[in-house]
Design a protein around this ligand. Structure first.
Ligand SMILES: *[C@@H]1O[C@H](CO)[C@@H](O)[C@H](O)[C@H]1NC(C)=O
Ligand SMILES: *[C@@H]1O[C@H](CO)[C@@H](O)[C@H](O)[C@H]1NC(C)=O
Ligand SMILES: *[C@@H]1O[C@H](CO)[C@@H](O)[C@H](O)[C@H]1NC(C)=O
Ligand SMILES: *[C@@H]1O[C@H](CO)[C@@H](O)[C@H](O)[C@H]1NC(C)=O
Ligand SMILES: *[C@@H]1O[C@H](CO)[C@@H](O)[C@H](O)[C@H]1NC(C)=O
Ligand SMILES: *[C@@H]1O[C@H](CO)[C@@H](O)[C@H](O)[C@H]1NC(C)=O
Ligand SMILES: *[C@@H]1O[C@H](CO)[C@@H](O)[C@H](O)[C@H]1NC(C)=O
Ligand SMILES: *[C@@H]1O[C@H](CO)[C@@H](O)[C@H](O)[C@H]1NC(C)=O
Ligand SMILES: *[C@@H]1O[C@H](CO)[C@@H](O)[C@H](O)[C@H]1NC(C)=O
Length: 409
């Protein structure tokens, strides 16, 4: 069998070479981005505060690329402290030392710049980038990443009308330095002050709960059309329930893997996760509709103010959204019920997209187990008077020399 497979590989090789020279080279384009990272003043929850912006914008721009594109991003650090940008999920050929986290990269000092260069491959789907040091992500600096399929690679659904991106996340009116100081003095972060949707505060769905004058997100759509809605939880500590009033969310992709296509009326998105849904604008536009991101696994009567609300506006809408928000799941303390939804997500292995590397992986079952490690994620603990996350009670300590640099010594 093995020799047969080898032979057939040999026979198709010249065809592959011919294909590569005609198709791939044309698509190995290079895309350039300039990211100027600085503080701006913004008031997403009505309170002016320092926010981390990219090119003056919060959230940052979309990084939109296609398989085989070479990405060159010149990051200029105009903050008053070190910075690293990380691009999780984006596989980096040859240069994983540029993944932008403490331990593999040297931080970019204040007022310096650094140019990241990497190639995206077949992780076709939705991700987001963010600053990885010093708790900066709680102040912003994040933005969406889209990896598109090449034209020759089919997607497992009809081409949607367009992309709609939601960056949802819990938000504090205190900045990252203030929150860092709190953690370092042994205090918790406490309840966030709100949930932002695309850097904006909630629509005023309740005049008691939401102050006047807050800018909210409005999404304009046409009736009858289907959009690809990409949702990312860019927050710090809060799991969010995402839902669009009267609309189904057809799950199709998560972080570079196509899924079996299933409808949900609301979807749980934990911190750091990204999902794509197809949403068909199949309602009669009797009014606008609420888009909601509310805190999950918490007592809602305490957490009411921590709710993000945006507006879905049909081009033929007959009026504003009104009335109560669409209901969230009510099983807040039932951890098992909370497992049902994630367990319903299945990869569609007959669709295109990234595959586990088959070379060698079929040997895994025959490897003898010599040691077993159990990693337990525990609630934060106090170490040397500072609040820290741990695995098995052990917290991360920054290495003096980045690990990949140390490898080269
Ligand atoms: C963060 O907040 C603290 C306390 O309010 C303030 O002193 C500091 O200037 C702020 N820093 C930045 C970078 O906004
Ligand atoms: C990304 O680029 C593709 C073409 O390469 C374009 O069709 C699409 O609209 C872009 N998406 C965004 C969100 O900019
Ligand atoms: C810094 O930016 C300049 C252009 O703005 C560029 O020529 C230079 O290569 C960059 N330096 C690094 C280390 O990326
Ligand atoms: C999986 O992808 C294939 C190929 O595009 C498609 O025909 C099929 O309907 C998908 N299956 C599910 C359950 O989504
Ligand atoms: C607004 O919220 C308050 C506080 O939870 C609640 O008592 C009130 O009924 C809400 N108003 C409306 C119109 O839903
Ligand atoms: C999902 O719901 C939409 C209506 O919003 C419906 O048209 C579609 O057939 C449903 N798809 C699946 C796979 O259930
Ligand atoms: C359509 O609009 C009417 C009012 O114009 C409303 O009563 C009805 O519930 C709406 N139907 C749907 C499916 O939204
Ligand atoms: C949430 O908190 C309120 C106020 O303390 C309490 O009355 C209610 O029972 C709590 N709800 C749940 C589900 O525990
Ligand atoms: C696993 O252990 C068995 C029995 O000790 C031995 O025969 C076998 O070669 C080992 N397999 C590997 C992959 O080391």
């Amino acid at each position: 069998m093995a020799s047969l497979r080898f032979l057939s590989l040999f026979l198709v090789l010249p065809i592959h070479i011919a294909l590569f020279s005609s198709l791939c080279f044309a698509e190995d384009d290079t895309i350039f981005y300039d990211f100027k990272v600085s503080y701006i003043t913004a008031s997403p929850l009505g309170v002016p505060q320092q926010v981390i912006a990219i090119n003056g914008k919060f959230p940052g721009p979309v990084l939109n690329a296609t398989t085989n594109n070479n990405i060159v991003i010149n990051v200029q650090n105009d903050l008053d402290e070190s910075l690293l940008m990380t691009w999780p999920g984006i596989q980096m050929r040859r240069n994983s030392w540029q993944d932008g986290v403490q331990g593999t990269n040297c931080p970019i000092p204040s007022q310096w710049n650094w140019t990241y260069q990497f190639q995206v491959k077949d992780q076709i789907g939705s991700f987001f980038y963010f600053p990885s040091l010093n708790l900066q992500r709680v102040s912003g600096g994040f933005g969406p990443v889209i990896i598109n399929n090449r034209k020759v690679i089919p997607i497992p659904f009809d081409q949607p009308e367009g992309d709609i991106i939601f960056l949802i996340g819990d938000w504090y009116t205190r900045n990252h330095t203030a929150l860092r100081t709190a953690l370092d003095s042994g205090k918790d972060l406490d309840m966030p002050d709100g949930v932002l949707i695309n850097g904006k505060g909630p629509y005023r769905y309740n005049t008691t709960l939401v102050p006047d004058g807050i800018e909210y997100e409005t999404i304009n759509v046409d009736p009858g059309k289907t959009y690809r809605v990409r949702v990312h939880n860019v927050g710090t500590s809060t799991s969010l329930n995402f839902r669009i009033q009267n609309h189904n969310l057809l799950l199709v992709e998560t972080e570079g893997h196509y899924t079996s296509q299933q409808n949900y009326t609301s979807f749980e998105i934990h911190v750091g996760q990204s999902y794509s849904f197809l949403v068909t604008m199949d309602q009669n536009a009797s009014s606008d509709y609420y888009i909601v991101a509310s805190a999950r696994f918490v007592n809602e009567s305490f957490w009411q103010r921590v709710t993000g609300v945006a507006i879905l506006h049909y081009s033929n809408s007959k009026g504003a959204a009104s009335g109560p928000l669409p209901e969230a799941p009510s099983d807040i303390y039932n951890q098992w019920a909370a497992m049902t939804q994630p367990r319903s997500i299945r990869q569609n292995t007959s669709a295109s997209g990234a595959r586990p590397n088959p070379q060698g992986s079929f040997h895994y079952g025959s490897i003898n187990i010599t040691d077993t490690y159990v990693l337990r994620s525990l609630p934060p603990v106090t170490i040397d008077g500072k609040v820290r996350a741990t695995l098995n009670g052990i917290s991360f300590v920054k290495p003096e020399t980045p690990i990949r640099l140390a490898d080269n010594q």
